[in-house]
Design a protein around this ligand. Structure first.
Ligand code: GTP
Ligand code: MG
Length: 197
């Protein structure tokens, strides 16, 4: 699958105000600055679609993008951004969790993991939460261009080991680079398979 048509629809702070259509959607979540917006732009062949920034905390709302007039791709704010107040963190937390737990159109959540670092407790906690809530997810390792392939493999293996402490079976996993457009075909083909179900 290739995405030839992607348009921004709306930004919301409340899942109840998200587009009122039966179209299915897939969402992208992960730690602040992990590369969610960049990955969405890479998948859609449009560098200006979702706003990106080298400073964490850029995406602050639930953003819907309409793809080929038939499904939605959703860019979410990151979690774990240290430089926001406790109160704001609670607001983001509720916005994201309400969306993930209650949005009926949501068929898959891609959790993005930074391929450059060792397994982070905050990511594991987040995945465990999704598991407990029965929210279907898959994993995308980002920024793979920044390390040697061997080091990426090492970090991916460490992450898998960590996940095996909590799960018997691992979800689909993808290695990507928004910079080099690596992993694009694999992620899009997986989305296509989900949409066909
Ligand atoms: P928030 O919205 O703030 O939570 O961040 P985000 O997860 O949407 O990250 P964003 O896409 O804005 O990217 C953060 C920074 O990482 C930007 O400076 C990007 O250019 C950079 N970046 C994202 N993906 C890649 C990648 O695959 N390779 C490289 N080298 N840099 C990347
Ligand atoms: Mg973003």
């Amino acid at each position: 699958m290739e995405i030839n048509e992607a348009k921004f629809v709306v930004s919301n702070s409340d899942y109840k105000l998200c587009p009122n259509t039966p179209m299915v959607e897939v969402a992208f979540i992960g730690r602040s600055n992990v590369g969610k917006s960049s990955l969405i732009n890479m998948l859609c062949n449009n560098k200006k679609l979702a706003k990106t920034s080298s400073t964490p905390g850029k995406t602050q709302l639930i953003n819907h993008f309409l793809i080929s007039d038939s499904w939605h791709l959703v860019d979410l704010p990151g979690y774990g951004y240290a430089k926001v107040s406790k109160k704001m963190r609670a607001v983001f937390h509720k916005m994201i969790n309400d969306y993930l737990e209650k949005r009926e159109q949501l068929v898959n959540t891609f959790v993005l993991i930074d391929s450059r670092i060792k397994p982070q407790q905050i990511d594991i906690d987040f995945l465990c939460h999704l598991g407990e809530q029965g929210i279907p997810f898959s994993i995308i390792f980002t920024k793979c261009d920044k390390l040697k392939p061997r080091e990426v493999e090492k970090n991916v293996a460490a992450f898998e080991d960590k996940m095996f402490q909590f799960w018997e079976e691992l979800p689909p996993m993808f290695q990507t680079s928004a910079e080099k457009k690596d992993g694009k075909k694999e992620v899009l083909n997986y989305i296509e398979a989900i949409l066909e179900q």
